[in-house]
Design a binder for this molecule. Structure first.
Ligand code: FE2
Ligand code: FE2
Length: 256
C-alpha cells in the first residue's frame, strides 16, 4: 500500500513538473511559463477563489490552448492514424459527440477545481490538481478535434463550469472521503459514457477514437486513485441524481 501511494505521489509530481518546470513534450505549447501551481506555494482563500474564477473564464471563453494542461500530445495526431474523410452528415454527428465530451471535460475539471478549493488534506488537494491538469488535456484534445471538424464547443460551457464548481465544492465540504467517493462515481459514469461513444463513433474516425480511448484510460486511473485514497461509496439516490444531471448535460451539448 505504501509503495502504491509513493508511486501515485511520484506520478502527480511528474505531471506538475511537466507543466510548470520542464518544457512539455509538445513544443507547440508553453505551459512551463504558467505561474507556479497552488500546491507549490501558499495561497490565501481569496487567491484560490480568484484562481478558480480565472480557470472558469479561460475554459468558457478563451482559446482552448489558454487552459492549463499537462502538455501531452494529442492521441492519434501526427502518427500513422490517418482518418478517412467524413461525409458532412457523419462529420456533424462526430462533432456533436465530441462537443458532448468537451462539455463533460469542462464539468470534470470544474468539479476538481471546486473540490480542491475546499480540500482539507494537502495530499488530496495535490491529487485533485494533478487530475484537473489531465482533464485539461482532454479539454484541449476535444476542442482541437472540434476545430478540425469546423465545429464549436458548447455555448453552455460557462453554465457547466459554474454549476460543477459549486457541486464540487459542496462535495469537498462533505469531507475528503465523500469528495474522493464523488470522484470515483463520476469517473465510473464517465467511463460508461465514453464506452457508449466508442460504439457510436465511425470506425474510420481513428483520431476521435484514439482521443476517447486515451481519455478513458485516464479516467480509469482517476477512479482507481480516488478509491485507493479512501473514497467512500455514495448512496444510491446521490448516484441517480448525478446520472440525471449528466444526462441533461450530454443531451443538450450534442446540439448547443
Ligand atoms: Fe476527462
Ligand atoms: Fe477524470
Amino acid at each position: 500500500m505504501g509503495a502504491a501511494k509513493d508511486r501515485e505521489v511520484y506520478r502527480q509530481r511528474a505531471v506538475l513538473e511537466r507543466v510548470f518546470v520542464h518544457k512539455p513534450p509538445n513544443s507547440a505549447f508553453s505551459y512551463n511559463k504558467r505561474p507556479m501551481p497552488a500546491s507549490l506555494r501558499h495561497l490565501s482563500p481569496l487567491d484560490r477563489i480568484l484562481s478558480v474564477v480565472d480557470q472558469g473564464l479561460r475554459v468558457s471563453w478563451a482559446s482552448p490552448r489558454a487552459t492549463a494542461a499537462s502538455g501531452r500530445p494529442t492521441p492519434g495526431a501526427g502518427g500513422d492514424l490517418a482518418p478517412a474523410p467524413l461525409d458532412p452528415a457523419t462529420a456533424r454527428h462526430v462533432a456533436g459527440l465530441m462537443r458532448v465530451n468537451h462539455a463533460g471535460e469542462v464539468a470534470a475539471q470544474a468539479l476538481y477545481h471546486g473540490q480542491a478549493l475546499v480540500a482539507r488534506d494537502p495530499a488530496v488537494r495535490n491529487f485533485l490538481q494533478a487530475a484537473a491538469l489531465e482533464e485539461g488535456d482532454h479539454l484541449l484534445w476535444c476542442a482541437e478535434r472540434l476545430e478540425s471538424l469546423h465545429s464549436h464547443t458548447s455555448r453552455l460551457n460557462p453554465l457547466w463550469y459554474a454549476g460543477s464548481v459549486v457541486i464540487g465544492a459542496i462535495a469537498g465540504l462533505c469531507g475528503d472521503a465523500i469528495s474522493l467517493g464523488f470522484i470515483a462515481e463520476t469517473e465510473r459514469q464517465v467511463e460508461g459514457h465514453l464506452d457508449a461513444h466508442l460504439t457510436r463513433l465511425p470506425v474510420a474516425d481513428t483520431i476521435s477514437r484514439a482521443i476517447i480511448e486515451q481519455m478513458k484510460q485516464d479516467e480509469v486511473q482517476h477512479r482507481q486513485h480516488a478509491l485507493a485514497r479512501g473514497g467512500a461509496a455514495l448512496p444510491a439516490p446521490v448516484r441517480a441524481v448525478m446520472r440525471a444531471v449528466a444526462k441533461l448535460m450530454t443531451s443538450s451539448a450534442y446540439w448547443v
